[in-house]
Design a protein around this ligand. Structure first.
Ligand code: 6R9
Length: 647
């Protein structure tokens, strides 16, 4: 653990929304009287009908219920677009930077308004009504923002599916959300290569019971795609038929805004449901304070809109605050490894928010590709998605930020809607590798396995003791699963699934997942999902998947596979299995290493002992612990002997 401490630069404590004293004061107030704190901050958005009740939440076993501002009405698109028109109609809302550096454009708030209205009218023309789910499977193009805001405008519930997911994954999300309509593009474009989005939708269609009702296709590359009459329509044809005016529907604060599927330790991905007002208030206030957003700032979050970071911190938080948000279609290494820094110079970016995996991979190329760019506009750096190791933190700080820019290491989850543990740049002394302190209204606690609350410096499981407005409300269609997953481990607390250490200064150091979720390049993956993809292959009898430390990805995917009788291990089969998983789930789930094993370590009751598999994958087989309860202790020797080389 790093011992270095970086003080808050005085320029920051002087000008920021919160210096340390202000943070302490606001934090104390938010904990002492959440009703009052959130009652005041609810006013940062426009309401059609003001709320009179602020907080009505319960984490009580079997009765979990979360409601914020429940009698107020508002509309998210109105707040992200319309209400800015009077003051900043001509200000840039979105800077779009294409995969190809020659392609970029700016969209003003006025233009955004017209585009969102048109998109909303197209959805309406195809029968979309308030409460209907719309699946969005788009690349990082402005239409993704238009489509999401269009849904919000008419009260439809969007379910964005990351463009890297396979037809199978897409189909199960369409089915689970019961979406009648899918919005996609002909093809995506990343790193100069096309992604066959429309083709994937066609394949998904065959797997969805009853098929997809309507597919709206945005033309991105102009690539040749098959259009099925009666089902597929071109967005540009439809948009030409509708008006650029569409009223924003009055929504209850607790009406659903979106679903976003995320991996857990068991079963298939669950539809995390976020609602309207609390989510918007929370993403707006965190965007303002964590990124110390001031009018005129150019803000860039490199996430994909297919992940929660893209929802909350490319789109909703920034636009609720009337910010200029940059949306990047490409990848960090195309056309050159300097791309991120070139984009920063091109658009004079002030705040840059990315993932540790990107930092680590760029670190590998040395300082020169960074140093040859100016980055003079940069003031603040952010990190999200996985723990950032102190080495990567220091490099980010020294090389990218020229020792001038604070780094906000923001810990949060799809479920939390927005950032929960984070430094504030004008308030918090930084320790590389620590997400530092809780945001306003957040009550983190560290518990031991028995549920005892640990005090002072300690390490254990991270829970949150009370609700905050951005919290997910339920698992779509399965409230019981919501309660079982997050509120059954410890009574009356939200269980995050993460472990954390707390140091003597009260700083939090997230140590990673304590469940069977692995984090590959900042992407969440349930080991059970990869296992079920593997066992679907006819040659595979059994599979167990664990994570192992990976220099760039944070964690890599290590799969132990036992074959059906009569099948024998081979390099070809190994490749085939990797391709098979990619095809079933998507490239992000590709196993990095596959070990063929004659048997897996099991207890006498038949439970796979993952602890042992994890240790072997981590090369820590000296510390396997007690193996005497194994049905056949000899399998362990074989596993150790045939373990896969990490380099
Ligand atoms: C926003 C997002 C959530 C999981 C979370 C944790 C890990 C995210 C982190 C971090 C350490 C940080 N995580 N941010 N770990 N430090 N700053 O990433 O959501 O995709 O749902 O992943 O990611 O393990 O539980 P999501």
């Amino acid at each position: 653990m790093s011992e270095t401490i970086y003080d808050v630069p005085s320029a920051w404590s002087d000008k920021a929304w919160a210096n340390d004293a202000r943070y302490q004061e606001m934090y104390a107030a938010s904990i002492k009287d959440p009703e009052k704190f959130w009652g005041e901050h609810g006013k940062r958005i426009d309401w059609f009908k003001p709320y009179t009740r602020v907080k009505n939440t319960s984490f009580e076993p079997g009765k979990v219920s979360i409601k914020w501002y429940e009698d107020g009405t508002t509309n998210v698109a109105h707040n992200c677009v319309d209400r800015h028109l009077a003051k900043r109609g001509d200000q840039t809302a979105i800077i779009w930077e294409g995969d190809n550096p020659a392609e970029s454009k700016v969209i003003t708030y006025r233009e955004l308004h017209a585009e969102v209205c048109k998109f909303a009218n197209v959805l309406k023309a195809h029968g979309v009504e308030k409460g209907d789910r719309v699946t969005i499977y788009l690349p990082m193009i402005p239409e993704a923002a238009y489509a999401m805001l269009a849904c919000a405008r008419i009260g439809a519930v969007h379910s964005v599916v990351f463009g890297g997911f396979s037809p199978d994954s897409l189909a199960s999300r369409i089915e689970d959300s019961d979406s009648k309509i899918v919005v996609t593009a002909d093809e995506g474009l990343r790193g100069g290569r096309t992604v066959p989005l429309k083709k994937n939708v066609d394949s998904a269609n065959d797997k969805v019971k009853g098929g997809i009702g309507t597919v709206i296709v945005v033309r991105r590359t102009g690539g040749n795609v098959a259009m099925q009459a009666g089902r597929d329509v071109w967005y540009h044809d439809e948009a030409a038929k509708v008006s650029a005016d569409c009223p924003a529907v009055e929504m209850n604060a607790e009406d659903p805004l979106f679903l976003l599927y995320t991996s857990g330790s068991t079963g298939k991905p669950k539809g995390v449901l976020h609602t309207t007002a609390g989510y918007l208030v929370y993403t707006a206030i965190t965007h303002q304070y964590v990124f110390d957003y001031h009018d005129g700032d150019i803000y860039w979050c490199t996430a994909d809109v297919g992940w929660v970071t893209g929802h909350s911190y490319i789109l909703y938080g920034p636009l609720a605050n009337g910010a200029t948000t940059l949306m990047f279609e490409g990848i960090p290494t195309y056309p050159s490894i300097s791309r991120f820094w070139e984009v920063i110079d091109k658009h004079k970016v002030n705040t840059f928010y990315t993932a540790p995996t990107a930092i680590r991979s760029l670190m590998g190329a040395g300082e020169e590709p960074v140093k040859k760019t100016s980055r003079a506009s940069l003031r603040l750096l952010g990190s999200v998605g996985e723990p950032i190791n102190p080495e990567a933190w220091e490099w980010y700080h020294r090389v990218v930020g020229d020792r001038r820019c604070p780094i906000v290491d923001t810990w949060w989850q799809t479920e939390t809607g927005g950032i929960l543990i984070t430094p504030l740049p004008g308030a918090t002394r930084l320790k590389p590798g620590s997400a530092t302190r809780p945001f306003f209204g957040i009550r983190p606690e560290i518990l031991d396995a028995e549920g005892k609350v640990l005090e002072g410096a300690c390490e254990g499981n991270l829970v949150i003791a009370d609700s905050w407005p951005g919290q997910m409300r339920t698992v779509y269609g399965d409230h019981q699963r919501f309660m079982d997953t997050y509120f059954a481990t410890y009574a009356n607390k939200y269980f995050t699934g993460d472990g954390s250490r707390r140091d003597a200064d009260g700083y939090y150091w997230i140590t990673g997942r304590v469940d069977d979720v692995i984090n590959v390049s900042g992407h969440r993956m349930g080991t059970a999902e990869v296992e079920s993809a593997l066992v679907a292959h006819p040659s595979v009898s059994e599979a167990a998947v664990v994570g192992y430390p990976h220099d760039i990805k944070g964690q890599g995917i290590y799969a132990y596979v036992t074959l059906m009788t009569g099948e024998s291990p081979s390099e070809d089969l190994r490749k085939e299995l990797v391709a098979y998983v990619r095809n079933e789930i998507g490239p992000i789930a590709s196993p990095d290493l596959i070990q063929f094993a004659p048997g897996l370590p099991k207890t006498r009751s038949g439970k796979i002992m993952r602890r042992i598999l994890r240790k072997i994958a981590e090369d820590e087989f000296g510390a396997l612990g007690d193996t005497s309860t194994l049905a056949d202790p000899a399998v362990v020797d074989d596993l150790i002997e045939n373990r896969q080389n990490k380099r």
